[in-house]
Design a protein around this ligand. Structure first.
Ligand code: B1M
Length: 228
């Protein structure tokens, strides 16, 4: 099947939540040499995007959105090993979560996938994660990065709650906090005192790389200063 037709079918089958067809189309696409990134962006996510417009216009119900999300997740699981962020190699540990009150985890899972793919150990706290749970996880795992996702305008403030809770627990300065999700902006990130915002999963990896590089430059400078 021509690439364009296959990607269109993939998008259509996600929208109609046909898991079996999605699996078959991805297998066919991989055999044809279509890139995993293209199947993700132009097939799976395109389908979810189209459905989102219909959901906003009240043309479909939440059950259809759920079924489509299921098809999309299974699709991603088939190409996850082939998605990459180029040459970025990271070390260290990240704790990732979707904040309290929010069940949207597809974007968070993509960020997790790419952070793992770039070499980080990622502890996934799941979705609907409270500030107390985030603080406990930072105490327990001592990560370098806390990555927070929020998809609802009503839950984005819960990213601030986590920043505040980490401050109150004297843990704020032990981690980089990065935030993302559809309603989040760079300005919002600054306003809540996070260390950075990323618009998508690959930018999240680049952001972590930049923050860790800056940190290691700072500690090298400090070491040079104290050396006799
Ligand atoms: Co919901 N939902 N949903 N939904 N849903 C939205 C977010 C909405 C915009 C739909 C709409 O109205 N058009 C709307 C929010 C409106 C608002 O807040 N202003 C909405 C609503 C209203 C709701 C409910 C309230 C509906 C209801 O019950 N009446 C309900 C809330 C449930 C809850 O969370 N408490 C609800 C439920 C659901 C489902 C469960 C059915 C399902 C989620 C399934 C799941 O995740 N397991 C769902 C879905 C699928 C969506 C849409 C259609 C798609 C979200 C998605 O997965 N996108 C969404 C519409 C939309 O966003 N266009 C919508 C694909 C994903 C890859 O993108 O998550 O944005 P995204 O992630 C991106 C970037 O944002 C970024 O990277 C990813 C791309 O690489 N990113 C990060 C994300 N996190 C990051 C973290 C980072 C960095 C980057 O660093 C840490």
């Amino acid at each position: 099947m021509p690439t364009e037709a296959l990607l269109k079918q993939l998008s259509d089958r996600v929208q109609s939540g046909q898991v079996k067809d999605v699996v078959e189309l991805i297998e066919e696409g991989l055999n044809q040499g279509i890139s995993a990134q293209s199947m993700l962006d132009d097939g799976l996510l395109h389908g979810l995007g189209e459905l989102s417009i219909r959901f906003r216009n009240s043309e479909i119900f939440i059950a259809e959105l759920l079924q489509a999300s299921k098809a999309l997740k299974i699709g991603i699981s088939l190409i996850r090993d082939k998605l990459s962020v180029g040459s970025v190699r990271l070390h260290g540990k990240a704790v990732i979560a979707t904040v309290e009150g929010d069940l949207h985890d597809i974007g968070k899972n993509l960020v997790k996938l790419l952070l793992e793919g770039s070499g980080m150990e990622v502890i996934d706290l799941g979705s609907d994660v409270t500030a107390a749970q985030a603080v406990d996880a930072v105490r327990k795992y001592q990560p370098d990065v806390v990555a927070l996702s929020a998809l609802l305008t009503t839950t984005m403030e819960n990213q601030l709650k986590i920043v505040e809770a980490l401050k109150n627990a004297n843990l704020r300065d032990t981690v980089f906090i990065i935030v993302g999700g559809a309603p989040i902006t760079a300005e919002f990130s600054r306003s809540i005192g996070a260390d950075g915002y990323a618009a998508d999963a690959s930018s999240a990896v680049e952001l972590v790389e930049r923050l860790m590089l800056e940190q290691s430059l700072r500690s090298n400078q400090a070491e040079t200063c104290v050396r006799p």
